[in-house]
Design a binder for this molecule. Structure first.
Ligand code: ADP
Ligand code: ASP
Ligand code: MG
Length: 405
């Protein structure tokens, strides 16, 4: 008998009918004799609706109250799913993240899982129950309810799979696995049967929403193999695992589009030692992730500096930069939300040059201007105008012939 952790995303439980369909799937797995721990996300767009609701009563909702609010989304779906399973004659119990033993740090809205106390889940399993766990939430070291950041239910599943030493960690979603690009943007995408965690991590942190980036990082660190598949059919999906010699080293495995970043530019920055530290330290202290950074060549001892942050951090980042601007005597701080980041990813780039050249040529042929460039060992990213992002992805998908088997 295997212990299987399954996770169902928001679109897989968006309606009562879908909740019952998921319940049927779970019951089928149960009939095969598996012990099941099922992580569930909030129904459909519930989390977005709750965020909007908060915005209607408060300019600046306190993070603690936001987490109390947002964690309620997953409470609805977990209870409905447990009811549906019980209605089918099987024993199930729903647990919130705190009840399930998910312990986190105190960082509201982007908490890190510190440990999982599995005693409650193990007790329920030993009584023969199917355990349903609310994703995306935990209890902080100060006894507060926290949430893990958007898409964080994936992390609940991976952390539980690790802590329970599960035989399988299955992520069920509304697509059949990880594709060479977002199937909503590129019609000719191909499913990737096996992908290395390094590549998946780069794709996920570049905007490929199918897996949350920090979950992939967690899984890679602790050696949890993930199976991403569809909650709507039985097709084999994608295996995400640490790179091994049997894996094909393709030049470009896939590409991603990120429309959730914004560019901050600080103009007229005095070009002297310590300035970058003065600008980025306050952002780091506020737990704001800075992605691409570009500094212009300085003229007359002054320079311009641009960087990108997640749009959800933009307001705070701007406020912090305006404080720094006054302190260091820079000229102005501006924001630009009308950008998109296009990235191509593949482990083969480690040993082959020329991918960047093809990428730049392809964008040039499309008449798309590149505003910022960043690279890692296995990724190249370009910032372009927001409105040109999807066209850029389609052109690159063709240029790298990813539609071919
Ligand atoms: P869930 O609600 O199940 O967590 P998400 O919406 O977070 O699902 O992620 C699934 C979505 O990710 C898909 O509907 C798809 O549009 C998008 N996506 C982006 N890039 C990719 C990719 N490379 N492969 C598969 N899906 C992708
Ligand atoms: N419900 C949360 C979100 O929408 C968590 C998740 O779906 O993984 O971000
Ligand atoms: Mg998701």
């Amino acid at each position: 008998m295997a212990l299987v952790v399954q996770k169902y995303g928001g679109s897989s439980v968006a309606t009562p009918e879908l909740v019952r369909r998921v319940a049927e799937r779970i019951v089928r797995a149960r009939r095969k004799g598996h012990d099941l721990v099922v992580v569930v996300s909030a129904m459909g767009k519930t989390t977005d609706t709750l965020i909007r609701l908060a915005g209607e009563v408060s300019e600046n909702p306190p993070p603690r109250e936001m987490d109390m609010l947002l964690s309620s989304g997953e409470r609805i779906s977990m209870a409905l799913l447990a009811m549906a399973i019980q209605d089918m004659g099987y024993d199930a119990i729903s647990l919130t993240g705190p009840q399930a033993g998910i312990r986190t740090d105190t960082s509201h809205r982007k908490a890190r899982i510190l440990e999982v106390d599995t005693s409650r889940i193990r007790k329920e399993l030993s009584e023969g129950k199917i355990v349903i766990v609310a994703g995306f939430q935990g209890l902080s070291t100060e006894g507060e309810v926290t949430t893990l950041g958007r898409g964080g239910s994936d992390r609940t599943a991976v952390a539980l799979a690790y802590a329970l030493e599960a035989d399988q960690c299955e992520i069920y979603t509304d697509v059949e696995g990880v594709f060479t690009a977002d199937p909503r943007i590129v019609p000719e995408v191909r499913k990737i049967p096996v992908i290395s965690s390094d590549e998946m991590l780069e794709l996920a942190s570049s905007g490929a929403k199918v897996m949350e980036a920090r979950s992939v990082e967690f899984a890679s660190k602790y050696g949890v193999e993930i199976h991403v598949c569809s909650s709507f059919n039985e097709e084999p999906g994608t295996i995400i695992k640490r790179e091994d010699p049997s894996m094909e080293k393709v030049l470009v495995r896939g590409m991603a589009l990120d429309t959730k970043e914004a560019k901050v530019t600080i103009r007229g920055v005095p070009d002297r030692p310590g300035i970058a530290a003065a600008i980025f330290s306050p952002l780091a202290e506020a737990d704001i992730n800075v992605d691409m950074i570009v500094q212009n060549v300085s003229e007359d001892g002054f320079t311009d500096l641009s960087f990108t942050v997640n749009v959800s951090d933009l307001k705070t980042a701007l406020a912090l930069c305006e404080g720094t601007q006054a302190r260091i005597g820079a000229r102005e701080v501006t924001a630009d939300e009308d950008i998109a980041k296009v990235s191509v990813v593949g482990v083969g780039m480690r040993s082959h040059a020329g991918i960047a050249a093809i990428m730049f040529r392809t964008l040039a042929d499309e008449g798309i201007n590149i505003e910022m460039i960043a690279t890692s060992e296995i990724r190249i990213s370009c910032v372009v105008r927001r409105g040109e992002g999807e066209r850029a992805v389609r052109a690159l998908h063709r240029a790298f012939e990813l539609e071919r088997e």
